[in-house]
Write a protein that binds this ligand. Structure first.
Ligand code: MTE
Length: 165
């Protein structure tokens, strides 16, 4: 199987100040082990400019194939992860956000409160996950069903989708 370069960005004011342990980042690292290697990981404050710059750095310099963010997708004034993501992507991948919310709604009605998006910057897929470790686990479980195939297409490792599933 293919191995991908993975970047993890935790958006958390408290985490960036060292006032909160980043359990969600660790949950992501564990859940994506089968997809590849974590080549970049950072906890950043909920600042749109810093978030966007970190995504660009991970994509352009660290050559991450996949960037997973956690946190900053809700309604709080400082929740700006989707806005930062929108700034750096060229293509939207609406289905990923749709299916995370749709499946998560079966677990909690609060799932509708995440504004997380997904999109493609050059050859990097960027996905916003909500902030809590529980939400991260639930959302990753849903998207892992299609993520390996999506990554293969993105990286030009699979040219057609006519496989039986
Ligand atoms: N999605 C799943 N699967 N499970 C959850 O518990 N929590 C929700 C939502 N998405 C949740 C979820 C809640 S309570 C909020 S406020 C939003 O994600 C936004 O979270 P964030 O601001 O930490 O990104």
């Amino acid at each position: 199987m293919f191995s991908y370069r993975i970047g993890i960005i935790t958006a958390s004011d408290k985490g960036a100040k060292g006032e909160r342990e980043d359990i969600s980042g660790k949950v992501i690292a564990e859940a994506v082990k089968s997809l590849g290697e974590v080549v970049a990981y950072r906890i950043v404050p909920d600042e749109q400019e810093i978030l966007a710059k970190t995504m660009i750095e991970f994509s352009d310099e660290k050559q991450a194939d996949l960037i997973l963010t956690t946190g900053g997708t809700g309604f709080a004034e400082r929740d700006v992860t989707p806005e930062a993501t929108r700034e750096v992507i060229q293509k939207y991948v609406p289905g990923i956000g749709e299916v995370m919310r749709q499946e998560s709604l079966k677990i909690t009605p609060k799932a509708m409160l995440s504004r997380g998006i997904a999109g493609i910057r050059n050859h990097t897929l960027i996905i916003n996950l909500p902030g809590s470790p529980k939400a991260v686990k639930e959302c990753l479980e849903v998207i892992m069903a299609a993520l390996p195939h999506g990554m293969q297409i993105l990286k030009g490792q699979a040219s057609e989708c006519a496989r039986k599933d």
